[in-house]
Design a protein around this ligand. Structure first.
Ligand SMILES: [Zn+2]
Length: 377
């Protein structure tokens, strides 16, 4: 017998997150955690602006004499386009990094150019080996975990690490926004930095080893985490960022073209988050996003409930997009359907860094020491 579904009484997170916990008020750990971490956001705009000014001076000082003083990631989306404009306004000298995984819409490529060219920002594009990346994406679909976007995310971070090391840049200006993306469900996607997980899934379903994919070596990962290299700056949290007015500004001032939805600059991300995740796993990522908007008082809970009641993907798009994705991945429509029907698996069902005996113990020790040191100080 399945447990009855429970939904938070403050946000709209529910028991589709298997690890969710509710308190006596019926409030969940996600919104409670959001408010606990919202201290910085509660600071006045003047104070955040002052702190940003101090940080920008530090970034300029450390970047003096180098080709660039910070890295920015660009996807052609609203947030990363705004970060590019803002860092130039702040007088920084960014290098833009873009990962081409073979799924970007032409509009995205055009939008990147429309923003970067007039700002005179250099662009470094990392083009993934399509044949191998296609096999890797297919392996992740066959693995039946909800982590099929992990290879793309891993390649982006690996490219930041590579650019930061090549140009000796200490800072990465990030477009992730606590006000709109501050809630994350681990079970819905994990292993972003886990090279062992990616290698093991690829090997299990192809019987081959990855040759071209930009994996982050464990030694690099540990070194960069311990040394905070490069330092991530969540730029949008320092500002009163408003996505809708930013979008209007991008269109009027830069000729930027609208995609019509979040993550629609990549066809695979759109289909994966909009159809595969809800259909196969029952995970609707809009729930995290809308819950964060409730916490930051940008919408009411009733408005969010109304929005989540609309199907996550337009029903008339499902069939043509399914055929397109199957064809691009090099499988038949029938094989795609059988992958969708395969039993669900979890991150922990595959060899990964967390369940590697030495790394896992090292991680436990690191967490313990971090906790103790924090407690002592
Ligand atoms: Zn909640």
């Amino acid at each position: 017998m399945t447990e009855p579904r429970q939904i938070c009484t403050r946000c709209i997170m529910d028991t589709t997150d298997p690890d969710i916990v509710f308190d006596a008020n019926g409030w969940c750990n996600h919104c409670t955690g959001w408010f606990a971490r919202a201290e910085f956001y509660a600071l006045s705009l003047e104070e955040r602006t002052r702190r940003l000014g101090v940080l920008v001076e530090e970034i300029k000082r450390r970047g003096h004499g180098k080709d660039y003083d910070c890295i920015i990631g660009v996807s052609g989306g609203v947030d990363s386009s705004f970060v590019a404009i803002k860092v130039k306004e702040l007088g920084l000298r960014p290098l833009a990094v873009h990962v081409d995984n073979g799924w970007n819409s032409e509009k995205a490529v055009g939008n990147i150019k429309r923003i970067l060219d007039p700002l005179h920002i250099d662009l470094s594009t990392v083009v993934l080996n399509w044949k191998e990346f296609r096999e890797l994406q297919l392996a992740f679909l066959r693995a039946s975990t909800p982590d099929s976007e992990i290879p793309s995310d891993h390649a982006i971070v690996a490219s930041f690490y590579g650019a930061s090391s090549r140009h000796r840049v200490a800072y990465c200006m990030n477009g992730i926004n606590f006000r709109t993306e501050g809630i994350h469900v681990r079970e819905w996607s994990q292993g972003h930095l886990d090279s062992r997980y990616i290698k093991s899934v690829y090997k299990e379903f192809t019987r081959k080893r990855l040759k071209h994919f930009p994996l982050i070596p464990v030694t690099t990962l540990v070194r960069n985490i311990v040394l905070h290299r490069p330092k991530n700056v969540f730029l949008l949290d320092y500002l009163d960022y408003d996505k809708q007015s930013t979008k209007r500004m991008l269109i009027s001032d830069y000729g930027w073209e609208d995609y019509g939805g979040k993550h629609y600059e990549s066809m695979y991300t759109r289909f994966y988050q909009g159809w595969i995740l809800p259909h196969k796993f029952g995970y609707d990522k809009r729930r995290m996003h809308l819950s964060t908007l409730i916490c930051s008082a940008q919408i009411t809970r009733d408005e969010a409930l109304k929005e989540i009641s609309v199907p996550p993907y337009p029903p008339e798009w499902v069939e043509p997009d399914k055929i397109f994705v199957a064809k691009k991945l090099g499988i038949s429509r029938e094989e795609f359907d059988s992958i969708m029907a395969a039993p669900k698996k979890r991150y922990s069902d595959y060899p990964n860094l967390q369940n590697h005996w030495a790394f896992g113990r090292g991680l436990d020790l690191f967490r313990f020491l971090k906790h103790r040191l924090h407690w002592i100080s």
